[in-house]
Design a protein around this ligand. Structure first.
Ligand SMILES: [Zn+2]
Length: 259
């Protein structure tokens, strides 16, 4: 079995659509999924999805693109309180995004640090979104780690070798998405080949970033299998071994989802 460690089920919002999508995923061997919050409001709303479907977990947090939607930035205590819900297994997604640049850099940093504090308060890992901001991500991770331990996952890994090495040094986890299957993603595949075996996970980030052969179409959790097949190839593992490995890593990182 595989686990989709990062998807946005709240974006599948036509009547009955979530049940269909989750059903197709289970048929394809993706037995559990994590639906991710990007604003405080959505983080509250996705709890209903996790409550409705037994095999759905949730993460709660504020995405950098939404860091300035509501100011001042989110209070760590509020996120930590939401995270006490039995189906919430992590904080996020949060981080920095200088590509879209929807919020000023200083506000993104305050928001990222608030999400990290929530992770520390809740004793849960944080799921990190990093886009065109690798040096600042590494700096903030180092500074915040000095203030107290927290586990982290670089979701949808597509960053530089430099950030990969810093994250490996800090004992971070790496999740690979459909980007891994794109012809031009040679550098992502190089990193996917060298990350320690006990640090790798898979995800879709659906509805975005569908893997080959669905590239350009709407993504869904069932397609995790295509990314996993590519990761298995890159690592020289059988699909079964890769599935076992990523599922074990998922449960090690997201302790609340351990069974
Ligand atoms: Zn996402």
């Amino acid at each position: 079995m595989l686990i989709d460690s990062h998807c946005h089920l709240d974006y599948f919002n036509k009547p009955g659509e979530q049940a269909d999508i989750i059903g197709r995923a289970v048929e394809a061997g993706i037995e559990e999924m994590v639906t991710i919050g990007v604003t405080l409001k959505q983080s509250q709303e996705i709890l209903a999805i996790a409550e409705r479907f037994e095999n759905i977990w949730a993460c709660v947090g504020v995405h950098p693109n939404h860091a300035a939607d509501v100011l001042p930035v989110v209070e760590p205590e509020i996120l930590a309180r939401l995270a006490a819900h039995p189906k919430v297994i992590g904080i996020g997604e949060s981080g920095l995004d200088y590509f879209y640049d929807n919020a000023p850099k200083d506000v993104q940093e305050l928001n990222f640090r608030a999400n990290i504090r929530a992770a520390r308060l809740a004793g849960l890992p944080i799921c990190i979104h990093a886009r065109d901001a690798d040096a600042d991500i590494a700096r903030i991770l180092r500074e915040e780690r000095a203030g107290g331990h927290f586990e982290f996952l670089l979701h949808c890994f597509s960053s530089t070798r430099q950030l990969a090495e810093e994250a490996m040094e800090l004992g971070g986890y790496f999740s690979f998405s459909g980007i891994l299957t794109f012809p031009k993603s040679e550098s992502v595949r190089e990193i996917a080949a060298i990350v320690p075996e006990d640090r790798i996970l898979v995800e879709t980030d659906s509805p975005y970033l569908a893997p080959v052969p669905y590239r350009g179409k709407r993504n869904e959790p069932a397609y995790t299998a295509h990314t996993a097949a590519k990761l298995a190839e890159v690592r020289g593992l059988s699909p079964e071994a890769l599935a076992d490995l990523t599922t074990r890593n998922f449960r090690t990182l997201f302790k609340k989802a351990a069974q």
